[in-house]
Design a protein around this ligand. Structure first.
Ligand code: 1AG
Length: 134
């Protein structure tokens, strides 16, 4: 059975978000708020077509993509940089490469049991977020 990311996912914990945000040049006040958030993820997966909505009390972020198809990503409300992004499968992980001004930028999602993992990468920093199925 192929992995299905669809569903509602509630924030459990994160690691190293501060360092990740620093690499993106997020200002002090925004980092303080962002570090307190417990975002939710709403994922819809239809074959290789995904929509991922991240919501929080502070800001929301949405992205839609098809595996293997490059798209323009406007990281609006995050660092506001524009990227040329592409998401591919790596076994049961989806791996996003965000080509743009920042080197080695991207993220991966995978599932372990009833937990959704998100690894955020930028330059030398990696932040991990864990969510649980609602
Ligand atoms: C994402 O997830 C967006 C998830 O692409 C954002 C996670 C952490 C924050 C990232 C960058 C920090 C920049 C600015 C901080 C300001 C606001 C934080 C708002 C957080 C909730 C939206 C990957 C994938 C598909 O799930 O998007």
């Amino acid at each position: 059975m192929p992995v299905d990311f669809s569903g509602t996912w509630n924030f459990v914990r994160s690691e190293n978000l501060e360092a990740y945000m620093l690499t993106l040049g997020i200002d002090f006040a925004t980092r303080k708020i962002a570090n307190m958030l417990k975002p939710q993820k709403f994922i819809k997966q239809e074959g290789d077509v995904f929509s991922i909505q991240t919501t929080s009390t502070f800001r929301n972020y949405s992205v839609k993509f098809k595996i293997g198809e490059e798209f323009d990503e406007d990281n609006k409300g995050l660092d506001n940089r524009k990227c040329r992004s592409v998401v591919t499968w790596d076994k049961d992980k989806i791996v996003c490469t965000q080509n743009g001004e920042k080197k080695n930028r991207g993220w991966s999602h995978w599932i372990e049991g009833d937990e959704l993992y998100l690894e955020l990468r930028c330059e030398g920093q990696t932040s991990t977020q864990v969510f649980k199925r609602a």
